[in-house]
Design a protein around this ligand. Structure first.
Ligand code: GLN
Length: 519
């Protein structure tokens, strides 16, 4: 494998800006990698080589001319296909938007273009970001690069798999209930849900507006911090955007002192239902933090047991309203009724019946029901009260601890198809990630090692009070360093190398201590 592919975004930027590499050769290396392995992984729905190479050439010209460039200029990026891009298709993983090209860029895309990061393409996702395995995509599932028979998590499985398969140095995702962090956990990548309002949602196709947040998908904590600094900040086009940018993120990632940090282990997010290897990696990480001078405390958040229930009322309620605009009239697909009169209603009905998949329909029906007169107070109203209780649990917990910690997901990646017919089993994957979205607080997942049962990656999640994203980067970078010492290098370095021939090294061939250049 081309050694360029395993460099972090920060390393690539440094080498491009010092003239050791050109953005053109870096971008080409990732495009070649996509051409070699994406027929196996299916992380991408659309690749735009021409545009990416044109931006790369521009950056190289800027550098040759001695012009000042952004710290990440020239480093290629992949974008979850829920984020609109002018001139390139955006599908949201749905048939209803097949062929639709946005007339405008999301704010995060404007920032990425202004900083001149070549956009490699758009990545696969569960339809409208509803799912935990990327199997609900209308364009077929993405596969986990660690084992092609396993799911890459969801909804942002495409972005996570692209980064884990070295098809992109980093990517953007969206996280409404865990769709950045849970795929991060099961693919051995770093995933961040910033504080609600920290990154503009303008141009992220809305799933549940009070929960949605765009964030980084990367291989290192420092890369995530740099990317969040690039995409974050106030945006007048997003009324929920924070007035001031969250600062000092990259600096916190580079300055990861753990001494005296109070780390709160959440009682309710662990124990029964969590896989043995997940629990073991978690306990080891806590021990590493303790040995490095962190103070470990136990905190209880009793209302978290109702988080999943509250989420699956609030999220579908907001989604049922947000998805009403896909009516066969304004965007994408239009299907005429097979029989009977052609009216606005019958076209709308035929289009939505043909254009939406089962999971999306399930949630629209659930949300419409929860919001309907007579049921509103019993369901939506109660869920909002639970949301307040969860926020209060967080407030109390953050009096006892600077950051909270839990496993990111209860299990490692499961087999494709294993939970497809069991929505509740699928929903349970987000049990540990959902509370952060309900409270608006930031969260990060980093790989903590491999489970002994299946040699698949495990994730650990940190949560911080709203606007304290820098604190998350500080603790995550600290643990990342300790874990690298323990595992003899980055955990992702142990991922099987896919090659163009389609062969895959079996996990038993892979030993701890392999370096990124190894295999
Ligand atoms: N998996 C969760 C769901 O299906 C979260 C989705 C997300 O964060 N976009 O709703």
């Amino acid at each position: 494998m081309n050694p360029i592919l395993t460099l972090s975004a920060a390393e690539l930027a440094q080498k491009i800006h010092s003239g050791e590499l050109t953005s053109l050769e870096v971008t080409q290396a990732f495009l070649d990698r996509i051409a070699d392995v994406d027929d196996q992984v299916h992380a991408f729905l659309n690749v735009n080589a021409e545009e990416a190479l044109a931006v790369a050439a521009e950056v190289d010209a800027d550098i040759a001319a001695g012009r000042e460039v952004h710290p990440l200029a020239g480093v290629p990026i992949a974008i979850k296909d829920l984020i609109v891009t002018k001139g390139q298709p955006t599908t949201a993983g749905s048939k209803i938007l097949e062929g639709w090209v946005s007339p405008y860029d999301a704010t995060v895309i404007e920032k990425i273009r202004a900083a001149k990061l070549p956009i490699l393409g758009k990545t696969n996702l569960d339809e409208f970001a509803m799912g935990s395995s990327t199997e609900h995509s209308a364009y077929g599932p993405t596969r986990n690069p660690w084992n092609l028979n396993k799911i890459p998590g969801g909804s942002g499985g495409g972005s996570a798999a692209a980064v884990a398969a070295f098809e992109a140095p980093f990517a953007l995702g969206t996280d409404t209930g865990g769709s950045i962090r849970q795929p991060g956990a099961v693919t051995g990548t770093v995933g961040v849900k910033p504080t609600y309002g920290g990154v503009s949602r303008y141009g992220a196709i809305a799933m549940a507006s009070s929960l949605d947040q765009i964030g980084p998908v990367t291989r290192t904590v420092e890369d995530a911090a740099m990317l969040q600094e690039l995409i974050g900040g106030h945006d007048p086009k997003d009324s929920t955007s924070l007035p001031d940018p969250l600062e000092g993120l990259a600096e916190a990632a580079r300055n990861s002192d753990l001494t005296g940090l109070r780390v709160g282990v959440i009682t309710e997010l662990g124990g029964e239902g969590y896989q043995e290897g997940v629990k073991n990696r978690f306990d080891e990480s806590i021990e590493l933090l303790r040995n490095a001078g962190a103070e470990i405390v136990e905190v209880s958040c009793p209302s978290f047991q109702y988080a999943l229930g509250a989420y699956y009322l609030i999220m579908p309620s907001e989604a049922s309203s947000n998805l009403a605009k896909f009516d066969g009239i304004r965007y994408g697909l239009r299907v005429l009724p097979e029989n009977g009169p052609v009216t606005v209603e019958t076209v709308m009905s035929a289009t939505r019946a043909a254009g939406f998949g089962d999971e999306v329909k399930r949630r629209i029906i659930l949300g419409t029901y929860a919001l309907s007169a007579g049921y509103y107070d019993a369901y939506y109203g109660s869920a909002q009260k639970v949301r307040t209780l969860i926020q209060r649990d967080f407030d109390k917990a953050f009096e006892q601890a600077d950051v909270l910690v839990s496993p990111t997901a209860p299990t490692t990646a499961f087999d494709l198809g294993a939970k497809l017919d069991d929505p509740l089993a699928m929903y349970l994957n987000d049990i540990a990630t959902i509370p952060a979205n309900l409270a608006g607080v930031p969260g990060i997942s980093i790989p903590s090692g491999l489970a002994e049962e299946d040699s698949l990656p495990v994730g650990i999640q940190f949560l911080a009070p709203a606007k304290e994203d820098a604190r998350l980067y500080r603790v995550a970078a600290g643990l990342e360093k300790l874990l690298e010492e323990k595992w003899g290098g980055p955990i992702l370095a142990q991922a099987p190398r896919l090659d163009a021939a389609g062969s895959q090294a079996s996990p038993s061939n892979i030993t701890a201590g392999a370096t990124q250049e190894g295999n």
